[in-house]
Design a protein around this ligand. Sequence first.
Ligand code: PXP
Length: 241
Amino acid sequence: MKKIKLGVNIDHVATIRNARGEKYPDPLRAALLAQKSGADSITIHLREDRRHIKDDDLKKIKNSLIIPLNLEMAPTKEMLNIALKNKPDYVCIVPERRMEVTTEGGLNLTKKKKFLIKAISNLKKKGIRVSLFIEPNLKNIILSKELGADCVELHTGKFCRYFNKKKNINTLFLNIKKSAVLAESLNLEVHAGHGLTYKSTKKISKIKSFSEFNIGHYIISESIFSGLKNIINKFKRIINN
Ligand code: PXP
């Protein structure tokens, strides 16, 4: 049976660091721990406003990892140049709006067609695997193939929101499934990402076309609850010694 890979997104380690303007928690330390703990790849999103991951994080993480680094980036010239210079193993091109809290939807492939063809070709020439973050529909899958992408990452955000609110997810699930099956039949690698929790991941992983899940916010969130007891005990030892 094919093993599904887990890409661990560590952006929100940087979010916590930046909230205080300190040097900790260090995203590099999180990347190395995730690597040691079995992550198949590390994902970072260098946003145009640098709200979490900074250019220096990208350089340090790129130079330290053994497992692949997946750089999420907006379809802009600036980001393309950064990717070509830093040569992450993978690039996932994502849409970006300054005011959004997180990546709200998939790429508009038609609007960005000219840029994407050039960017995908240039990145692939450097040996970088290119993925497109798209809404799960058949048109987007066919277009992604035509544009020359290696992979598609299906945006699971809406599905997860409905799933968490216990709304009817049948149509959304079916769209993801049909898109994943078509993408696999076209020899595209099929990934899923955004908003995934233990429960929604379990549901989505019933679709056998997926080869990779990219998960961030929930992994970092749950880590708080796995770690809190140890940290409190350590502080109690420090203050009572
Ligand atoms: N995949 C892509 C393309 C993303 O933009 C993000 C969010 O940065 C994720 C996966 C991870 O989403 P989440 O943090 O909600 O798990």
